[in-house]
Design a protein around this ligand. Structure first.
Ligand code: 2HA
Ligand code: ZN
Length: 271
């Protein structure tokens, strides 16, 4: 059996948590990550029959039965993931009945998976229904997106258009735009259901006054997606601070961009 601390997925999780922390997007215990792992890949490092603990859940995850996930732990600090992976993350498998998780590694000292597990798992179910390649969900408190939710219209079309207009690359990276939820108590099935519903058509969902959810096929892509939207929000912040827009990327520019990069913007979002 190989040493699990050498596993690429552990290293990538550590690096992602570290990057999120270094950007200031995951203060204290903010943020959470879940990543679907291949059984064969996990089997190189762990005896998958050796269940350390069973963990009950507050919702039914039957649609994810037998899937393996690496998830961050509730109340744990991203600041510490790199130095102490097994105390801050865990590898779990969803039981057949979808009511409990088998813990196979990590989450030491009785720690539970992220409090946002309902939002993560419901989002995985949604994304897998439209994209079988989707493996990652990241939630973080991206500073400028969070700030923008206080000052900008929360209409999804307005919000998406603003981000597209702030950096030329945005439309190419997220032609599917961003969804924006109403404010809902975090950690609940309700916010999980609302997030997952929006995730059928988008890979980015803004939780106003809180943060953002992003999804993708791997950690790099998902991180990059959030990073791109957050960069646009940062530019928006500077533009506002510098006295507002004097000239802008036009809708025609955005249409030309979409044509050149073969992407399909959300219908009706460009004039
Ligand atoms: O606990 O970010 O939304 C971490 C969070 C909850
Ligand atoms: Zn949060």
């Amino acid at each position: 059996m190989k040493n699990i601390l050498e596993a690429p997925f552990i290293k990538e999780m550590c690096e992602t948590a570290e990057n999120l922390y270094r950007h200031g997007w995951d203060e204290r215990n903010g943020g959470n990550i879940s990543y679907i792992l291949d059984e064969a890949e996990v089997g190189k490092y762990l005896d998958v029959k050796d269940v350390k603990r069973e963990i009950p859940m507050i919702f039914n995850a039957e649609n994810l039965a037998d899937k393996y996930f690496i998830v961050t732990g509730t109340g744990r600090y991203f600041k510490n993931v790199m130095a102490h992976p097994s105390e801050n993350m865990g590898i779990v498998r969803v039981q057949k009945n979808g009511q409990k998780l088998d813990l196979l590694w990590g989450l030491e000292n009785g720690i539970l998976p992220t409090s946002e597990l309902p939002s993560h798992f419901m989002t995985h179910i949604s994304r897998l229904s439209v994209d079988l390649e989707n493996k990652v969900v990241i939630h973080c408190h991206a500073t400028h997106l969070l700030a923008m939710s206080f000052t900008h219209s929360l209409d999804a079309r307005d919000f998406t258009r603003r981000l597209w207009q702030m950096c030329t690359e945005c439309l190419v990276v997220f032609p599917d735009g961003v969804a924006v939820l109403p404010w809902i108590v975090p950690g609940t099935n309700e916010i999980g259901e609302a997030t997952a519903e929006s995730m059928k058509a988008h890979r980015l969902v803004i939780w106003p006054f809180h943060g953002v959810y992003g999804t993708g096929k791997d950690l790099d892509e998902t991180y990059g997606l959030i990073e791109t939207a957050e960069k646009a929000a940062e530019v928006y912040t500077y533009v506002q601070a510098q006295g507002g827009v004097k000239q802008a990327i036009t809708d025609q520019n955005l249409k030309d961009l979409a044509a050149a990069f073969h992407v399909m913007p959300v219908p009706g979002y460009l004039d």
